[in-house]
Design a protein around this ligand. Sequence first.
Ligand code: SF4
Length: 250
Amino acid sequence: MKLAKLGDGPEIFHTIQGEGVSAGSPAVFIRASRCNLHCVWCDTDHTWNFEGTPWPHEKDALPGYVKHCKADVTCEITPAGAARRALSFGCPRFVITGGEPLLQEKELLEMIRLIRGEMPGCFIEVETNATRMPSADFADAVDQFNVSPKLSNSGMPESLRLVGEVLYFFAGSPKAWFKFAVSTPADLAEVLDLRGRCAIPHARILLMPEGRTTDELDRGAPQLAELCREHGFRFCDRLHVRLWGDRRGV
Ligand code: SF4
């Protein structure tokens, strides 16, 4: 399967879950390469923003910026190899992220089963953009889905970023928590609209400030906290940004 590359190996690392309902928990992150969306502000664009691809990204405006060489940022590994590496940290929480992990569901399911075989009490989270329906086997094998539907600020057309059938599935799953990065009243209006259209349980929605630096988070957090108080949403910080900025593999 294709994971993102970190140094000479796969992007599998031991860290602290920075977002969502498990924020603060030590966890092993396993980062899948490839995504079916191409959000303009994606902070893991090394999983899809390859040389020769036509998708715009906000980094395009940086002087001298060049897209990623696919071979330099992709690591081919077997599910058994990935499981071995992930287990080597001895941590019982695993977060499968991306990119979009559900593009490689079959291989990841094999990896999850191998991990569970060695560590039966472990907890497996999967982060998804909610555009791909998980199989029943995959949904059974996962303990928690961290669902991040993309808003119009992603630059993606609605026809690609919102798949009603999948959103309904996650809205009805007790394993799913929804998180949205909100920086404007228009973002909040989209969240409220989506909640209504897809019957997403209010108590399972977390709102996060937008930002890739502590300063940016601090600028957006007070206003977002007010919105959370007013609308009864859970506020969620982005601990990894505060702790490590945009450094990878920590
Ligand atoms: S869905 Fe996630 S990984 Fe894919 S482009 Fe958007 S932000 Fe990046």
